[in-house]
Design a protein around this ligand. Structure first.
Ligand SMILES: Nc1ncnc2c1ncn2[C@@H]1O[C@H](COP(=O)(O)OP(=O)(O)OP(=O)(O)O)[C@@H](O)[C@H]1O
Ligand SMILES: [Mg+2]
Length: 358
């Protein structure tokens, strides 16, 4: 997918880019290379972000985040100096609209005027861009596009961070689109609609993809941090202990008796939220667009039992998405490491693929 790059000035030259996913829980980096026949993972890694340093997609503590990213880059030593990153949540609006123009130049010239009708912020406060949807969907009255508007304040914060660590911002994408890009990178153009669900720490990105095109994209305000907090509340444990037990469980049966129902209940709430979004989408779509499978990614997709619970409540078979399927691995990277982190690397991989020539 060639989704828009925000702001435009950064996306004009297609250079190889580092996939840089700046999450509220961890920063993820993927560097890929291609020799024409195979694609190789050159660098891959992640680093924890200090609590509260990134909140609602906004970088609150630039110094701390810069330090973490510098250390990660120092360990990984990527060759590429241009970074592709992405934003999500309340700072970006993605909307399918029909504009009364056919020609892309004309759409571009009138974009601000069209955007003003849909963007709930002052137009001077946002970068706007667009992506023309499937040509077959061209309406006689105009063209269907994805309008993308991102808060300048947030985009600029990410650009400052990238420059602070000695990289250059090349592409600013949207999480849900990067996720779609990762699916296409791993499995090509699938003929059945797939719903991609990336469950992070503070948010979840949803994107329904058919033949490389996005049919529906939405961000939802839930994720693993909420579960850690719920475990803390139920058990009185410190944050790090609650986080550890959430991921690895505990031999202490009394603790598990408290933790297990909390996990089950909250994951059930997430599944219900997703089901509601699916029902809304289905009510506005034809049956050919109904998803047949759900691919879960993000750190919280690894929660034990989440796949089965989602399957039961949403009514779709759930698979854990491996965005690195079919990639070869540079000799100094452990395949076991790749397997353990792959689902969490979906957005970073989609970003790294943004400018990778096959
Ligand atoms: N093996 C695991 N089992 C369960 N949860 C996990 C596991 N590994 C990581 N997590 C959880 O996943 C979350 C981090 O995932 P991820 O890196 O996708 O989030 P993020 O991108 O930093 O956050 P966001 O996109 O919401 O800002 C944390 O809540 C963490 O506790
Ligand atoms: Mg994330």
């Amino acid at each position: 997918m060639k989704f828009p790059s925000l702001p435009k000035k950064w996306g004009q030259r297609q250079r190889p880019t580092l996939g840089l996913d700046i999450g509220s829980h961890s920063i993820k980096i993927v560097e890929l290379s291609s020799n024409g026949t195979s694609r190789t993972i050159r660098c891959i890694g992640r680093a924890l972000v200090p609590p509260q340093a990134i909140v609602d997609g906004s970088i609150k503590e630039l110094d701390k985040v810069t330090e973490v990213l510098k250390i990660l880059l120092g360990n990984l030593r990527p060759k590429v100096k241009y970074a592709a990153t992405s934003i999500a949540g309340y700072s970006v609006i993605v909307k399918k609209i029909i504009v009364p123009y056919q020609d892309e130049g004309e759409i571009e010239r009138n974009l601000i005027f069209e955007a003003e009708k849909y963007v709930p912020f002052e137009i001077e406060e946002v970068y706007v861009d667009f992506h023309v949807l499937d040509r077959k969907r061209k309406e006689s009255s105009g063209t269907e596009i994805f309008l993308v508007a991102a808060k300048r304040e947030i985009v600029d914060e990410y650009a400052v961070l990238i420059q602070e660590v000695g990289l250059s911002p090349a592409v600013v994408d949207v999480d849900a689109f990067a996720l779609g890009n990762a699916l296409e990178g791993a499995f090509g153009l699938l003929t059945e609609p797939i719903v991609l669900v990336d469950i992070g720490a503070q948010k979840t990105n949803v994107n329904i993809i058919l033949q490389g095109a996005s049919l529906f994209a939405r961000d939802m305000a839930f994720g693993g941090a909420q579960l850690t907090e719920a475990i803390q509340e139920a058990t009185g444990l410190e944050y790090l202990d609650a986080e550890r037990i959430k991921i690895a469980g505990s031999e202490d049966m009394a603790i598990m008796k408290e933790v297990t129902p909390v996990c089950k209940e909250l994951c059930g709430v997430w599944a219900e939220e997703l089901k509601k979004a699916m029902d809304f989408y289905k009510a506005n779509s034809s049956t050919e667009g109904y998803p047949t499978q759900l691919y879960a990614s993000g750190g919280s997709a690894s929660l034990k039992g989440l796949d089965r619970l989602f399957d039961d409540i949403i009514g779709l078979p759930v698979k854990i998405f491996n965005p690195l399927h079919g990639f070869t691995i540079d000799h100094d990277i452990e395949p076991e490491y790749i397997s353990s982190v792959a689902p969490q690397m979906a957005i970073a991989t989609g970003l790294a693929l943004r400018t990778l020539t096959k």
